[in-house]
Write a protein that binds this ligand. Structure first.
Ligand code: UDP
Ligand code: MN
Length: 314
């Protein structure tokens, strides 16, 4: 009995040992599995943190500009220049992170070209949604990336300054490209509507600014000069300037105009087209200006021979 019992207890001991080893093995396998899967999980929170951070980092890199710019381009029959201008200026302003839209102010009536009235119309059309305007010739491209188109807080900013413009170098020149904030353009009652044909409307605007005690600031520390700061795409034979003077145009347009401006520009916008040129968006306003023939009969010189001085010149 004693021996049989002994055998029995040895067998039981071995069985218990085997069971214990099996259980331990299973436990170790489970622990290892848990450890391995736990390790994988450690990556997960890191990935989460990264994806959470990314939009935050992006916001830091691209700050949204505080002000919106309406680029106002007086326009008629300058198609080749337009195709170059729109993609170019869009890229230039995007690189400066200027929030902007381009408006082509296309004069479609039969009168002589009126750059100033078109700008008045562009301003009235955009003033509720934009903080400042750039009066921008279609044929003048800024080449130097240091030319700033930022919001002009204190006073108008003349980008195409006389010491940089390829053609116009007189001190009072404010044409080509001029940035004006919404309030200042309103304060001076915009531009005169009396300037049909080429020239002098920008000089009259200079006097409006001066009368309102608005000085003009200009680019400083620009290392390029009159030949390489801007590209002026203007062939004078192909794009002839309308310098004819008729009726009493010469006399009237030499004076500061206190009769006309933003408040009485007469026009209709016959249609608005949104298009893209090489993927750059642009809004075209088809504008019919209406001429007050009593006030400015020179909006149409076809009925009248050019004045005597003009004939002498020819
Ligand atoms: N412009 C136009 N069509 C015209 C005349 C003028 O589109 O028939 C616009 C165009 O934006 C041009 C600007 O008015 O760049 C100034 O006219 P222009 O280039 O003749 O003047 P410049 O500054 O060269 O003397
Ligand atoms: Mn030109």
């Amino acid at each position: 009995m004693g021996t049989k019992n002994g055998k029995c207890s040895t067998l039981m001991f071995l069985q218990c040992l085997a069971l214990t080893i099996t259980v331990m093995f299973i436990l170790i396998v489970i622990m290892l599995f848990v450890l391995v899967t736990n390790d994988r999980c450690k990556c997960h929170p890191q990935e989460l943190v990264l994806t959470e951070r990314r939009p935050f980092i992006n916001k830091q890199i691209i700050p949204k500009s505080l002000h919106k710019l309406a680029v106002l381009v007086p326009f008629r029959d300058r198609f080749e220049e337009l195709l170059i201008f729109v993609p170019y200026i869009n890229k230039f302003l995007t690189a400066q992170q200027v929030d902007h839209n381009i408006f082509i102010l296309n004069q479609i009536d039969g009168y002589r070209f009126n750059r100033a009235s078109l700008i008045n119309v562009g301003y009235l059309h955009t003033k509720n949604d934009y903080d400042y305007i750039a009066m921008h010739d279609v044929d003048l491209l800024p080449l130097n990336t240091n030319l700033s188109y930022a919001y002009p807080t204190q006073q108008p900013f003349h980008v195409a300054a006389p010491h940089l413009h390829p053609r116009y170098h007189y001190e009072k020149f404010v044409g080509g490209i001029l940035l004006v904030n919404r309030e200042h353009f309103g304060v001076v009652n915009g531009m005169s509507n009396k300037y049909w044909g080429w020239g002098l409307e920008d000089d009259e605007f200079f006097v409006r600014l001066r009368d309102a005690n608005l000085n003009i600031s200009r680019p400083e520390n620009i290392t390029t000069g009159t030949h390489n700061t801007f590209k002026h795409i203007h062939d004078r034979n192909h794009r002839k300037r309308d310098t004819i003077k008729c009726y009493n145009q010469r006399e009237v347009t030499r004076k500061r105009d206190r009769q006309t401006g933003l408040h009485n520009v007469n026009y209709t916008i016959s249609s608005i087209k949104k298009v893209t040129i090489d993927d750059s968006p642009v809004t075209i306003l088809n504008i019919e200006l209406i001429c007050n023939h009593k006030l400015t009969p020179w909006c149409d010189c076809s009925e009248k021979k050019p004045d005597v001085k003009q004939i002498r010149k020819l």
